[in-house]
Design a protein around this ligand. Structure first.
Ligand code: CO
Length: 134
């Protein structure tokens, strides 16, 4: 059902420092910060030859990243995103197999302008999974 790995999202306590690390130390092209108020994050996209990295930083007091950084003060992998062809069909199949979909269960428009859903990490070996319809 799932397809390619679309991105790995890494929560970071200092966006500028993380961007400099990827740009200067790891030697990759790093985008400009983009604010995503609907998701409570500021994101920097990094294009790699086979996937993307997203650096996530909290935007606002209700950001879902605040709690994560409280537990992981130096940052860490926040979620991984798999591509699906049909997000509604994927959601219904997963729900039927007992997996929990976060939030209302309805897809939101994600950082790439495409529908996304998140799956409960406790149902997926401790990993928060994002599904993105491509
Ligand atoms: Co993501």
């Amino acid at each position: 059902m799932i397809g390619r790995l679309n991105h790995v999202a890494i929560a970071v306590p200092d966006l500028d420092a993380a961007a400099a690390l990827y740009r200067d130390t790891l030697g990759v092209k790093v985008g400009a910060p983009q604010e995503e108020p609907d998701h409570g994050v500021t994101v920097i996209f990094i294009e790699l030859p086979n996937t993307k990295i997203e650096l996530l930083h909290p935007l606002g007091e209700d950001s879902p990243i605040n709690g994560f950084l409280a537990k992981n003060p130096s940052g860490g992998i926040h979620h991984i995103c798999y591509e699906v062809d049909d997000i509604i069909a994927a959601r219904d199949k997963l729900k039927a197999s007992g997996a929990r979909v976060l939030g209302t269960g309805e897809p939101k428009i994600g950082a790439h302008g495409k529908p996304v859903l998140f799956l409960h990490p406790k149902d997926f070996t401790g990993t928060l999974i994002e599904l993105e319809q491509v």
